[in-house]
Write a protein that binds this ligand. Structure first.
Ligand SMILES: N[C@@H](CCC(=O)N[C@@H](CS)C(=O)NCC(=O)O)C(=O)O
Length: 217
C-alpha cells in the first residue's frame, strides 16, 4: 500500500482522532507537523492552503489523494483497511456510533476551535478566562447529553458501543483531553471517564495522546 502522510499537530483533537484510527488500523504514517500558533499559524501558509483550503488540520495524503476532515479520513481508512472494524457490523450500531461521534465532532468541537477563540478575542475582546469559560460551557452541555445517553443504554459496554473501540471512542477521547485542558469538572460524567480509562489502557489510544507526539511542547 502507498505511503500515508498525516499533517497534524500534537494538541489538535481532530488530528488526535486520525492518529487513533491509524494506530488501530496498524498504519504508521509519515507525519508532517503544522504548528497552529507559530508564524501566525502554519495552517494559513500558502503551501498548506493548497492541501486544505479550509486551513484546518488534519489532512491525510495517500496514493496521490488528499483527504481532509477527520471523520472522512477515518471512514476512508475503514474502507481500505476493514480490520479491525471501527464501526459496528449492524446498521443500528453504526448509526449509534456515528451519532455519538457527531455529537462531539459536529456540535461540541467546532464552537471551541482555535479560530473561534481567536475571533472571540479579536472581535469581542474575550480574554483568556472568558475563552475558557466559553469552552467549558459548550463541552459541559454536550457531555451532559452524552453521559445521559451512554449511561442509560445497554448497548454501552467497556467502550461507547460494546466492548471494542469504535468511531465514537475515537471522537470521545480527544474531546476528553480538551475538557481536561480547560479543567472541566469531569466528576459529573462517570460513564465518560470510565470509558476514557478503558480506552487509554489500549495502546492505540495511548500512543496517540498529545503528550506522546514528537512535536509535543
Ligand atoms: N471538522 C474538522 C475540524 C478540524 C479542525 O478544526 N482542526 C483544528 C485543530 S483541532 C484546526 O486546524 N484549527 C486551526 C484553526 O482554528 O485555525 C475535522 O474533523 O477535521
Amino acid at each position: 500500500m502507498a505511503e500515508f502522510v498525516l499533517y497534524g499537530y500534537f494538541r489538535s483533537s481532530a488530528a488526535f482522532r486520525a492518529r487513533i484510527a491509524l494506530n488501530l488500523k496498524g498504519i504508521a504514517p509519515e507525519t508532517r507537523y503544522v504548528h497552529l500558533l507559530k508564524d501566525g499559524g502554519q495552517q494559513h501558509t500558502a503551501d498548506y492552503k493548497v492541501l486544505n483550503p479550509q486551513e484546518l488540520i488534519p489532512a491525510l495524503v495517500h496514493d496521490g489523494h488528499t483527504i481532509t476532515q477527520s471523520l472522512a479520513i477515518i471512514e476512508y481508512l475503514e474502507e481500505i483497511v476493514p480490520e479491525p472494524p471501527l464501526l459496528p457490523r449492524d446498521a443500528f450500531g453504526r448509526a449509534r456510533a456515528r451519532s455519538i461521534a457527531y455529537q462531539i465532532a459536529c456540535d461540541i468541537h467546532p464552537v471551541n476551535n482555535l479560530r473561534v477563540n481567536q475571533y472571540l478575542k479579536a472581535t469581542f475582546g474575550a480574554d483568556g478566562d472568558t475563552q475558557i469559560a466559553w469552552q467549558r460551557h459548550w463541552i459541559a452541555l454536550g457531555f451532559a447529553a452524552l453521559e445521559t445517553g451512554l449511561a442509560r443504554d445497554p448497548a454501552t459496554g467497556k467502550f461507547c458501543h460494546g466492548d471494542m473501540p469504535t468511531l465514537a471512542d475515537i471522537c470521545l477521547i480527544p474531546q476528553m483531553a480538551n475538557a481536561r485542558r480547560v479543567e472541566l469538572d469531569l466528576s459529573l460524567y462517570p460513564t465518560l471517564t470510565r470509558i476514557e480509562a478503558t480506552a487509554l489502557a489500549h495502546p492505540a489510544f495511548e500512543a496517540a495522546l498529545p503528550k506522546n507526539q514528537p512535536d509535543a511542547e
